[in-house]
Write a protein that binds this ligand. Structure first.
Ligand code: PLP
Length: 452
């Protein structure tokens, strides 16, 4: 392993040089965060050789675990050929084979693949394609987007404009083109005050329908995280919401963008969250789990109809003028191909079902824990909302940081998780064993009790 001098130097350099994402550095430099040196299965191993269960899949990406022989080998084999060549005007083999695979797996009608490097740029591409689609087809007035409060679509400016999380997005308001927004289904704090009543569906479904109807002539697209809003704290949509949205979009000729960056590749128990409602979007963005947590890659898939609107003589200026340097990187595509092959070989989705049920059972015990106000789950996406007062649902004051205290307690016990405010998130690798799953829940429950 590492000598004490090496460890001290690494820690010092980390604190001195690296500005960590979504992190208040004043807190980071004062604490002793692990520096990860290796991984194995569902575990991360730090520079001291300490093992931590990876309870959030290294930010929602790990599928089969760390250091999976088949994915390691695929990357090594690709390295023996070429690490990178541009997709601007050239092809490369892994990106072609991956596109074939993605189209075969994606919801019906998604036939074209545009690559980039991460979820945010995948979303930018979807927004820009939708915007330009209407220009290319002679309806330039259709240029606005509709999204949802509590939405998270990434940190680039287009994605921030579609975002609806006050804490992350408000400050950048003057910098972005904000979308129209409709309340999302935060049932625990229902925006209409009628969650679970007979009026619940009417209010929730009606709001989006009315807004689309009122703005259809100027609307390019609606963007939604299907089934569950992840970064908002795991807010699940009521059953039928996505199908309802598809129907309204069809009725008013508005494109539907499904942001499957978090939900894609098995996270919710099906390969894509859209499958739960039999919905095919016009554009679908995937990233995170696409390479099984190995390399940065995203893909924005779309239909023949949209692609055709860009297919013209150059002089018509209908080209999609967008592309990132590492678009369709061969190493990342090779990793994704190996990852997706494994899905079939190890029957991942099939084997996931009893684990999802087990997780649901384990979570029942959480209701009795102090300060647990709500528990939300869609497959292997879980949010446990902690509140100061269970009766009144009063949140903890910002200074209390209970979610953060829970994750620090869990870390002491060998489990890495990351909260979203005071929502404790569990997103284990899909290949986690039932034993590891029980251990994860046990440690998190104890940590909630200790932190409360
Ligand atoms: N869209 C959704 C639904 C996400 O959850 C995320 C990231 O968490 C993104 C987009 C942005 O992806 P990335 O962090 O890869 O840019």
């Amino acid at each position: 392993m590492y000598t004490s001098e090496e460890i001290a130097r690494l820690k010092e350099l980390d604190r001195a040089l690296i500005w960590h994402p979504f992190t208040q550095m004043k807190e980071y430099v004062a604490e002793d965060a692990p520096i990860i040196a290796a991984g194995e299965g569902c575990y991360l191993i730090d520079i001291y050789g300490r093992r931590y269960l990876d309870g959030v899949s290294s930010l929602w990406v790990t599928v089969h675990g760390h250091r999976v022989a088949a994915i390691d080998l695929a990357i090594q084999e690709q390295l023996g050929r070429i690490a990178h060549s541009t997709l601007l005007g050239l092809g490369n083999i892994p990106s072609i084979l991956l596109a074939e695979k993605l189209v075969s797996l994606a919801p019906l009608g998604l036939k074209k693949v545009f690559y980039s490097d991460n979820g945010s740029t995948g979303v930018e591409i979807a927004l820009k394609i939708a915007f330009q689609y209407w220009r290319n087809t002679g309806q330039p007035q259709k240029k606005r987007f509709l999204s949802f409060y509590n939405a998270y679509h990434g940190d680039t400016l287009g994605a921030v404009g579609a975002g609806g999380i006050e804490l992350f997005h408000h400050i950048y308001g003057p910098l972005v083109v904000s979308s129209l927004k409709v309340p999302s289904a935060y049932c625990y704090r229902c925006p209409y005050g009628d969650a679970g009543t007979e009026d619940c569906r009417r209010d929730c479904f009606g709001a989006v329908a009315r807004t689309i109807e009122a703005h259809a002539p100027e609307l390019a697209a609606v963007i939604i995280e299907p089934l569950i809003q992840g970064a908002a704290g795991m807010l699940t949509w009521p059953p039928g919401y996505l199908r309802h949205l598809r129907e309204i979009c069809d009725a008013y000729d508005v494109l539907l963008i499904a942001d499957e960056v978090a939900t894609g590749f098995g996270r919710t128990g099906k390969l894509f969250a859209c499958e739960h409602e039999g919905v095919s979007p016009d554009l679908m963005v995937v990233a995170k789990g696409i390479t099984g947590g190995y390399l940065p890659l995203s893909a924005t898939l779309t239909t023949e109809r949209i692609y055709e609107a860009f297919y013209a003589d150059y002089a018509e200026l209908k080209t999609f003028f967008h592309g990132h340097t590492y678009t369709g990187n061969p190493l990342a595509c090779a990793a994704a191909l190996a990852n997706l092959r494994l899905f079939k070989e190890v029957k991942l989705i099939e084997k996931l079902q009893p684990k999802i049920a087990r997780l649901q059972e384990l979570l029942v015990g959480f209701w009795d824990l102090p300060h647990v106000g709500d528990i939300r789950q869609a497959g292997f996406m879980v949010g446990v909302e902690l509140v100061k007062d269970k009766e009144t649902k009063e949140p903890f004051p910002l200074a209390r940081r209970t979610g953060r205290r829970v994750i620090l307690k869990a870390r002491e016990k060998g489990v890495i998780i990351r909260p979203l405010g005071d929502v404790v998130v569990l997103m284990p690798p899909l290949a986690i064993s039932e034993e590891e799953l029980s251990h994860l829940c046990e440690v998190v429950a104890v940590s909630i009790r200790e932190a409360a």
